[in-house]
Design a protein around this ligand. Structure first.
Ligand code: BV8
Length: 233
């Protein structure tokens, strides 16, 4: 394997599955008994803000009871010791990568532990519920929403992601079904720029054919083995 210098890693719900956080597809297309369009779209929020706020309050509370698993720990170890460029992009809105010690995590779909004020546009760290419409720490308005990218909304820091994909020699996708865009298209972007592409997943994803190599199994087993390989290289 020619010397790898710049790595981009994309993680999805599968990397947090063994920490006890439900993936989106495991619930047979329903997501915690809700349809995505009712709880993860701006239209759904406008239609029934209480339903959406309760949905996110429940998940924000739940993730704070969970712990990182060996996949998060291994990625944090790679982040701390890799001597080239490393960008860890996650589709997940939990903070398990950070709690495992990863330093530069890019949450392209936002974060449960932030609240976004629709009055002053400021984002604040937030661990409690939003259902009782608490005042924004910045402007005092009761206009806080989850700082999460809903379907139809633009994911965060896309330019930074595409710049890293243009420079990377290795793109690794971990625990994602490849169902949601633009994240699902990153492998093609990396491949077009000459990077090698590796997928670590419990089952083949919708984009498996774009990967040079796919390893099937639980992230808590596959990720530490891969990190040892790439550090030992
Ligand atoms: C946008 C935050 C444009 C919310 C999320 C038609 C065709 C193509 C695209 C579209 C289309 N119609 C609409 C679109 C665009 C849409 C889209 O892609 N829809 C899909 C459904 C077709 N995308 C968007 O809307 C995005 N925005 O396009 O904006 C735009 C342009 C200009 C201006 C404005 C806007 C925004 C998408 C972001 C939505 N928000 N999350 C929240 O979390 O509450 S997405 C959410 O679902 C997750 O963040 C994640 O991204 C996605 C689920 O994917 P995964 O993470 O992969 O999880 P999943 O359950 O699917 O898979 C888990 C995998 O893990 C499985 O493969 C499983 O086998 C594996 N696994 C399980 N256990 C383990 C494991 N692997 C390893 N170990 C294990 N133990």
């Amino acid at each position: 394997m020619e010397r790898v210098r710049n790595i981009v890693i994309l993680t999805g719900a599968g990397v947090s599955a063994e920490s006890g956080i439900d993936t989106f597809r495991s619930a047979g297309g329903l997501w915690e008994q809700h349809r995505v369009e009712d709880v993860a779209t701006p239209e759904g929020f406008a239609r029934d803000p209480e339903l959406v706020l309760r949905f996110y309050d429940m998940r924000r509370e739940a993730i704070q009871q969970k712990r990182p698993n060996p996949a998060h720990d291994a990625l944090a170890r790679l982040d701390a010791t890799w001597d080239g460029e490393l960008l860890l992009v996650t589709q997940n809105v939990d903070d398990l990568h950070e709690r495992a010690g990863a330093a530069n995590v890019l949450h392209m779909h936002g974060e449960h532990l932030n609240a976004w004020c629709t009055a002053c546009d400021v984002r604040s760290a937030w661990t409690g519920p939003l259902i009782n419409r608490p005042p924004c720490p910045e402007c005092g308005e009761s206009a806080l929403r989850p700082d999460v990218v809903w379907f139809g909304e633009m994911p965060y820091q896309m330019e930074r992601i595409y710049a890293a994909l243009a420079e990377c020699d290795l793109f690794v996708s971990i625990g994602t079904s490849g169902a949601v865009y633009p994240a699902a298209g990153f492998v093609r972007e990396a491949k077009a720029n000459g990077a090698r592409t590796l997928e670590l997943n419990l089952e083949p994803s919708q984009g498996s054919r774009w990967f040079d190599e796919t390893r099937l199994g639980p992230a808590s087993e596959l990720v530490p083995v891969w990190v040892d390989e790439v550090l030992g290289e």
